[in-house]
Design a protein around this ligand. Structure first.
Ligand code: 5AD
Ligand code: SF4
Length: 477
C-alpha cells in the first residue's frame, strides 16, 4: 500500500456542486439579457503557473463562462501571480492596479488574485488594504477552491481572503481548459523541499507531494489519444518524484520508473520534463531517457553558479565536479542531447572570481541555451539577510558579460546544424515577426520558416539554411 497526499474526493465533490450552482446562475443571466458570460485568466511566471491557470480556466468554463483573452470583455478576471523575483511581483501589482478602472466601469465584474505572490501574508495584506476592488484572494494551496470563492462572493457579497491550508494536498479531477491542442503541461508533483537560500518557492508552494502514477499516465494517454505531440511533465524538482510517498512494504517508484512507464504509451509524441535538480539527476534517469522512444533529447539542468563556494551558500548540495559528471554521462549516453540551464548572477557575496568560475563553467559545458537572472532578494529567505549584497551596477555589468559569453556559445552550438534536416513541431506565426512561422525542434530550439496554417500543430521536416544565436532558419525539406 502506498500513501499519496491526495485531497479527499468529498472536497472535490463540494466544488463540483458549487460549479453546478454557478453554471445555472450564469445561464439564467444569459437567458435574461442574451449576453455571453466571459472569463479572463492572466498568468505570470513559470510553467507550473501556466498549468494551474489552465485548471482555473477549466473551472471557469465549467461554471458557464467562455474563456476569452480580453480583460475588458470579462465578467470574471483571475490574476495568477508569481513571486520568484521582485520584477514579477511589481508587474502583477501594476496590472491589478489597472483593473481598478475596469471595475469602475463594470461593477458586477469579479476580480480574483491567486498564486505565489499572494500566498505570502504581507502581499495578501497589501491587496486587502490597497486594492479594495479585488473580490477574493487565494494562495497556491487553494486553487481548487475557486468555485466556492465565486459562489460565496456572489451570494454574500463580502470580500474573501482564503487562508492557506495547513497541509498542501494534490487536487485531482479539476476540469482543464488547455491553451494548445498539440502542446500540453502535465504536473506530476507540486511543491519543493530544497530551500535553496535565494528561493521563495518552498514558502509559497509548500512541501513536495506527488500525484499517483496511474493518474499521470491516464492523463498523458488521453492527451496522446487527443493528438497532443509535445507533453512536458512538470515539477519543481522532478527527480524527487515519489520520495514523499509512504510505502508499507518499502517498494519505491521514482521519476525514472514513471518516465519509463509513460514511454510505453504508443503514439507520435515527445515527452519532456522540467526541472531536474543536479544534486539528484540520476544515472538511472539518463539510462531510461537514452533507451526511450518518446523522451526528447533535451535536458534542463539549472547550474545557478559555477563557483563551489557560492553553490554551498545557495544550499544546492552539489559542486562543479558532480555537475560535470552528470553532463558527461548525459552526453555519453545521448550524444545529440541539448542542455540548457538557469544561472543567477550577483548572489550575495559573489566575488569577481566566483563570477569568473561561472563564465568558465559556461565555456566548459557549452550550454545550448541559458536563462539568466539577476539575483533578487526575496523576503524571509536566508540569502536576503546575508551581508554583502551586490550592487545593481555590478549585477548588471556581470549579467552583460554573461550574456555576451553565452550568446557566442549558442551560435557556436547552432552553426553545425546548418545543412542538416531536422523535425520541428510548428507553432504558427512567430511572435516577433508574423511573416514567418515558428516551430521547435526535439532539442527545443526555435526554427523559423515559411509555413502555412495547415502546418500548425504538425511535425515538419526542415533543412536548416542558416543558424543564428537565438534561432535556426529552415526551408521545407
Ligand atoms: N533571484 C533571481 N533568480 C531566482 N531564481 C529563483 N529565485 C531567484 C531569485 N531570488 C531563478 C533560479 C531558478 C529560476 C526558475 O529562477 O535560477 O532556477
Ligand atoms: Fe527554488 Fe531550489 Fe526548489 Fe528550485 S529546487 S524551486 S530553486 S528551492
Amino acid at each position: 500500500m502506498k500513501e499519496y497526499k491526495i485531497l479527499p474526493d468529498a472536497e472535490m465533490q463540494k466544488q463540483r456542486e458549487y460549479i453546478e450552482k454557478i453554471r445555472i446562475y450564469n445561464e439564467r443571466i444569459t437567458a435574461g439579457n442574451g449576453k455571453t458570460r466571459y472569463a479572463y485568466v492572466q498568468t505570470f511566471g513559470c510553467q507550473q503557473n501556466e498549468a494551474d491557470s489552465e485548471r482555473l480556466a477549466g473551472m471557469c468554463e465549467a461554471m458557464g463562462y467562455v474563456v476569452c483573452d480580453d480583460p475588458k470583455m470579462a465578467d470574471i478576471i483571475i490574476v495568477n501571480t508569481c513571486a520568484i523575483r521582485e520584477h514579477a511581483e511589481q508587474k502583477a501589482l501594476s496590472i491589478i492596479g489597472q483593473y481598478k478602472h475596469l471595475k469602475a466601469e463594470k461593477p458586477d465584474m469579479l476580480i480574483g488574485v491567486c498564486g505565489c505572490m499572494v500566498t505570502q501574508e504581507h502581499r495578501k495584506e497589501s491587496i486587502k488594504h490597497s486594492y479594495p476592488y479585488v473580490d477574493f484572494v487565494f494562495g497556491t494551496s487553494s486553487i481548487y477552491r475557486l468555485p466556492e470563492l465565486v459562489f460565496k462572493k456572489l451570494k454574500v457579497g463580502k470580500r474573501l481572503y482564503c487562508s492557506e491550508e495547513t497541509e498542501y494536498l494534490v487536487a485531482e479531477g479539476m476540469p482543464v481548459h488547455r491553451e494548445s491542442n498539440y502542446r500540453a503541461w502535465v504536473s506530476i508533483m507540486y511543491g519543493c523541499n530544497n530551500f535553496c537560500t535565494y528561493c521563495i518557492v518552498p514558502y509559497v508552494r509548500g512541501r513536495e507531494r506527488s500525484r499517483r502514477p496511474e493518474d499521470i499516465i491516464a492523463e498523458v494517454r488521453e492527451l496522446v489519444e487527443l493528438g497532443y505531440k509535445d507533453i512536458t511533465l512538470l515539477g519543481q524538482n522532478v527527480n524527487s518524484y515519489g520520495k514523499d510517498v509512504k510505502s508499507d512494504n518499502g517498494e519505491t517508484y521514482d521519476f525514472a520508473d514513471l518516465l519509463s512507464d509513460i514511454d510505453k504509451i504508443e503514439g507520435d509524441y515527445y515527452i519532456r520534463f522540467m526541472t531536474s535538480h543536479p544534486k539528484d539527476a540520476s544515472k538511472k534517469l539518463i539510462d531510461v531517457m537514452a533507451e526511450s522512444r518518446h523522451v526528447a533529447h533535451q535536458f534542463h539542468l539549472p547550474l545557478q553558479s559555477g563557483s563551489d563556494r557560492v553553490l554551498k551558500a545557495m544550499n544546492r548540495h552539489y559542486d562543479k565536479a558532480k555537475y560535470l559528471d552528470t553532463v558527461e554521462y548525459l552526453r555519453k549516453k545521448i550524444s545529440d542531447v541539448t542542455i540548457s540551464s538557469d544561472i543567477i548572477v550577483g548572489f550575495p557575496g559573489e566575488t569577481e572570481e566566483d563570477f569568473l568560475d561561472t563564465i568558465s563553467m559556461l565555456k566548459t559545458v557549452k550550454f545550448d541555451m541559458t536563462y539568466s537572472f539577476i539575483y533578487s532578494p526575496r523576503k524571509d529567505t536566508p540569502a536576503a539577510a546575508m551581508q554583502e549584497q551586490i550592487s545593481d551596477d555590478v549585477k548588471g555589468e556581470r549579467m552583460n558579460r554573461l550574456l555576451e559569453t553565452q550568446n557566442a556559445i549558442a551560435l557556436e552550438k547552432n552553426k553545425p546544424m546548418e545543412n542538416t534536416i531536422i523535425k520541428v513541431l510548428c507553432d504558427g506565426p512567430s511572435k516577433n515577426n508574423k511573416n514567418v512561422y515558428s516551430g521547435r525542434s526535439e532539442g527545443n530550439k526555435i526554427v523559423l520558416f515559411q509555413g502555412d496554417e495547415n502546418d500548425i500543430g504538425k511535425f515538419i521536416n526542415l533543412k536548416i539554411v542558416k543558424a543564428d544565436t537565438f534561432a535556426l532558419h529552415g526551408e521545407k525539406a
